[in-house]
Design a protein around this ligand. Structure first.
Ligand code: CAA
Length: 261
């Protein structure tokens, strides 16, 4: 991997980082070097206090990402395949618990690893032409970047089972109806409208945003663990300047000025 990212473009404006998967001729297929670049960019964005919210999207109007790069893994041994899955899973888990909000703006096909990447983000918006699917079954394969786990958690087991077993993609409206995406926008409005959501998040204190991300993750499979974490972090908020500021601003009928303290 080179120091200058080749497969992922980064644009930061007003605290919003837009990461664009950039292999449009290959429908932004997630070759391993692309995922390594994404991981390295996350290091930078995590350390940069000026960056408050991340948006992940794909270049072009066809694809967010059409999956792992089939040409790249076609001759992998089982051991190499397991290493590939473990790396992708750990990267996507990193995104799921990233300390700043991460929104997927799905601008076309989100298939296989592309769907799995979108599902690891904190929430998703989509263009009208977006298509979501786990077509691995057609390759004699199963998902390897978390699809068998995150899809049933997001849309329910029966719908996930059908998608995983048939390999058939769903369109943006179905994804909306099933709760896989929160909003569907015309293609040209996808980034501006997603950016508007990101700008709203960027104005909040990063302290409770980070606590929401961690606490939702802590309770995803264990309600009692989640409730214990919630009570502890709820209490932690009371020791912050931003909580004092938020409550004072409400009582004084003015906009809060959060300082991340
Ligand atoms: N890997 C590598 N290249 C891919 C790719 C992928 N996942 N998806 C698309 N491409 C490439 C095609 O090979 C083609 O390149 P060439 O012009 O050099 O041949 C280019 O992108 C455009 O693709 P098509 O010509 O196929 O475009 P289309 O409009 O006819 O079809 C599509 C689009 C339905 C997305 C089709 O490309 C497709 O089915 N892609 C594969 C989807 C898939 O199976 N994804 C799962 C991958 S496995 C995985 O992700 C495992 C995991 O969980 C980690």
């Amino acid at each position: 991997m080179t120091d200058t990212p080749q497969y992922v473009l980064l644009d930061v404006q007003n605290g919003i980082a837009v990461l664009t998967l950039n292999r449009p001729k290959a429908y932004n297929a997630l070759k391993i070097d692309l995922l390594k670049e994404l991981d390295a960019l996350l290091d930078r964005l995590e350390a940069d206090a000026g960056v408050r919210v991340l948006i992940i999207t794909g270049s072009g109007e066809k694809a967010f990402a059409a999956g792992a790069d089939i040409k790249e893994f076609s001759d992998f041994s089982p051991a190499e395949a397991e290493q590939m899955a473990r790396f992708g899973q750990s990267l996507f888990s990193r995104i799921e618990t990233f300390p700043k909000p991460v929104i997927a703006a799905v601008n076309g096909f989100a298939l296989g690893g592309g769907c799995e990447l979108a599902m690891a983000c904190h929430f998703r918006t989509a263009s009208e032409n977006a298509r979501f699917g786990q077509p691995e079954i057609g390759l004699g394969l199963i998902p390897g970047y978390g699809g068998t786990q995150r899809l049933p958690r997001l849309i329910g087991r029966g719908r996930a089972m059908e998608m995983l077993m048939t390999g058939e993609p769903i369109d943006a409206q179905t994804a909306l109806q099933w709760g896989l995406v929160n909003h569907v926008f015309p293609q040209e409005e996808l980034l501006p409208r997603t950016r508007a959501i990101a700008e709203k998040l960027a104005r909040y204190s990063s302290l409770p945003l980070h606590k929401i991300i961690r606490t939702v993750a802590d309770g995803a499979d264990d309600l009692e663990r989640g409730l214990t974490a919630e009570a502890a972090r709820f209490a932690e908020c009371f020791a912050t300047e931003d909580f004092r500021e938020g409550v004072s601003a409400f009582l004084e009928r003015r906009k809060p000025d959060f300082k991340d303290r």
